[in-house]
Every structure is written in C-alpha cells, then in structure tokens.
Design a protein around this ligand. Structure first.
Ligand code: PMP
Length: 394
C-alpha cells in the first residue's frame, strides 16, 4: 500500500494537472446522460434532442436488436468468461464474423473487444521495428496509439494529402522492410472521407499495406458497406477495420481482411489474445443490427441525407457523412455555443483540444435516422440567428 507521503505527492500531482486544465478550459467531466430513446437524452432532469450520439441508425434502441440481445443473455449468460482463445469464443462470434466478411467482401473477419482494442492489437501485429507506418495527421487516437506500441518508424502525412503521402513513400519506403498506411475512412471530428481509391493505388505502387478505420462509415455509407466502397465497388483496401459501437448500435471492433491476414491476427494480436471476449448479448445485437441494415439500404442512407440537408441550409461545406463540424476556434466560445443550444433543448457537444488541433475547437453534430425534419429546421434557425460561425477556419 502507498505510504501517506507517497499518496500526498500523487494527489498534489493530480490536483496541479487538474487546475492547469481547468484554467485552459480543457478539463473534461463525465456527465450523466440518460439516453432513453432514439435521439433523445435526459441531462440534469431536462429532456434534450441529442445531436451528439454515434448511434446513427438508433439501432441500440430497436426492438429487434434488444430482443436478440435478451435471447443471447438468457442462452449464453451475461459474460463470455474468458479470452476467445481460451473458452470465451461462444458460437455467436462466428456468425457475426461471417456476416461482416460478407458485407465487406473479404475472406474473413476477426472481432475484438472494441474498436480501440482492435487498433491497439492490429497495428503492432503487422508492423514493428524496421517497418514504416505512414498515418494521416487526423487519424483516430487509437490508430496512433497502436502505432506507438508497434515500435515502427512513423511519419505523419498532411490530412488527405496524396502528394505528401506519395513523397513520403518515395523517400522512405525503400529504407524499411514493410510499410503500413493508416487512415480513417470517415474522419471522426471532421466528417470528411479519405480518398481510399487513390491511396490504394499508391499503396499498391509502393508495396505498402493500406488500412482504413471505418468506424463511422459502416452501416451508413454505400448501403451500409462503408467508406471503402465507391460507386458500388470495393476500393483496394486490404485491411478494413471498424467498430460495432456506432451505426451498429452495440459494442466491439472488427478487422475484415484476407484469410491469411485474419488467421495471423487471430494468433498474434495481443488485445485479442489477452482480453476477455465480448458479452454474447453485444454480439447478438450486432447480428440483428446487420439484418436490419442489409434489408433496407434507404434507411441506412438517412443519417447522411439529413446531414446534407443541414449543411445546405447553413451554407456549410456539403456533408459527406453523418458528422458535421461547425468550427468555432476558441474553446470558451465553443462551450458557450453548446450551452446556448442546450438552453434551446439540443444536446451538441463542444469538442476541444487535445481531441482536435489547437485553434479548431468546434461544435460537432451527428445526424441519425430518427431525427425529425422539424427539429433539424429549428436547430438550423437557432444556429443561423444566434451562433457566430468561424467561416475562416473552415
Ligand atoms: N476509430 C474511430 C475513427 C473512432 O471514432 C472510434 C470511437 N470514437 C474508434 C475507432 C474506437 O472505437 P470503439 O469506441 O469501439 O473503441
């Protein structure tokens, strides 16, 4: 047990850090949110329409999804009891892996405990010292954490800048054994898409491996197939990773890839081997969600359709995904705008550094299938009348 003196110095350390973050408006707090229905949340007793949830199709609340989860809970229990490599590999895993591989048009799929865990496991399994990782500067934190763990030499290319990626490949590729290129398919804080077709061509030309994190694309782009599908065709993205916690409405992460790659990841990814398998109810919920998405592509397209209507009405760059940022620049201004919207009955998060680069604090709106047009219209009117958008920062 820590001595009192040690714990005093630990407390002083934590307190000092908190005060510094507070002074810079960067302290984060966990606020209890009761998400009691599609696109609805209760905070501090107030009912709000939420524009900051990744449950893009509101499937976490769908009857069929909850029923599937309930049945799995009864049949297989509340937890899986061990790592999938020991005894935690209940039969629902195989069903879901086959369904995801079919959706993503790959040989196979492997499911992880979460999207974050997937990236922490996949990147170090594929790259290590002597290898090169090239990552988009706005790649999600977990891709970058996986890269750090890998020990590979890392170069960051400017956001969606194919010329910069090409230059780095020309300069660095030959000096390294293998090269892994990492990008989000849909960028989580900006909502724009990566040019995966062109990236795939560059990767092929330089014998590099392209991995796209499609956390925000699966379920809502290309009839649910995600951002690696363009014009109905699969781009050359051999490593399609994503999460089951957003449009799929459940929890977990996955990698869809060729058979040898999936088999290798199953035997080498530490976050798969040394972490307990997902609860059966979560896996069953994902399977039921995929049933609903695949049965109704027009439903899957609704979040992006609503996001596009919003950006058109506010004369913002047209939405490419369900995510729409409105740049405010300053963290305090962003917090004030978020508070104003909350007063008006809308829940919209203020996103601040270090989640986004300094000077780019923003309101981040996410659109879902069940947002009503009249609510989006009222939200739009309030933003137009009362919130000063930093157009220069866009
Ligand atoms: N990748 C991206 C692009 C994300 O936005 C997120 C979630 N915020 C993750 C990965 C992590 O997924 P999970 O929530 O399943 O851990």
């Amino acid at each position: 047990m820590a001595s009192p003196a040690t714990s005093r110095s630990l407390d002083r350390f934590a307190q000092g850090k908190l005060e510094d973050l507070e002074a810079r408006s960067l302290r984060r707090r966990l606020i209890e949110t009761d998400r009691y229905g599609p696109a609805l949340a209760r905070r501090a007793g107030r009912e709000l329409i939420s524009f900051c949830c990744n449950d893009y199709l509101n499937l976490s609340h769908r009857k069929e999804v909850k029923e599937a989860a309930r049945a799995a809970l009864e049949r297989y229990g509340a937890g899986s009891g061990a790592s999938r490599l020991v005894t935690g590999n209940h039969p629902l895993f195989r069903t879901l892996e086959k369904r995801l591989a079919r959706l993503k048009e790959t040989d196979d799929c492997v499911i992880f405990g979460s999207g974050y865990l997937a990236n922490l496991g996949i990147v170090p399994a594929l790259a290590r010292e002597g290898d090169l990782v090239l990552a988009d500067e706005l790649s999600h934190a977990c891709l970058l954490s996986g890269t750090k763990l890998s020990g590979a030499e890392t170069r960051i290319f400017r956001h969606n800048d194919l010329d910069h990626l090409k230059t780095l490949l020309e300069e660095e590729r030959a000096k390294h054994r293998h090269c892994l290129i990492l990008t989000d398919g849909v960028f989580s804080m900006d909502g724009d898409l990566a040019p995966v077709e062109e990236m795939g061509e560059l990767a092929r030309a330089h014998d590099a491996w392209l991995m796209s994190d499609d956390a925000h694309g699966i379920g809502v782009l290309a009839g649910g197939k995600g951002s690696s599908f363009i014009g109905g065709r699969k781009a050359d993205v051999p490593l399609q990773m994503g999460t089951l916690s957003k449009a799929i409405g459940s929890y977990g992460g996955y990698l869809c890839a060729s058979q040898p790659v999936v088999d290798f990841i199953r035997t080498r990814a530490r976050t798969l081997i040394y972490s307990t398998g997902l609860p059966p109810a979560s896996v069953a919920a994902s399977i039921a969600a995929l049933d609903l998405i695949e049965a109704d592509p027009a439903f899957a397209a609704l979040p992006v359709k609503k996001a596009k209507a919003f950006t058109r009405a506010l004369n913002l760059p047209e939405a490419e995904s369900p995510i729409v940022p409105i740049l405010m620049g300053d963290p305090d201004k962003t917090l004030a705008a978020s508070a104003l919207l909350e007063e008006e009955g809308f829940l919209v998060t203020a996103i601040r550094p270090p989640t986004v680069p300094e000077g780019t604090a923003r309101l981040r709106f996410t659109f879902t299938a069940e947002h009503e047009d009249k609510d989006i219209e009222r939200l739009t009117a309030i933003i137009r009348d009362k919130i000063l958008i930093d157009r220069a920062a866009e």
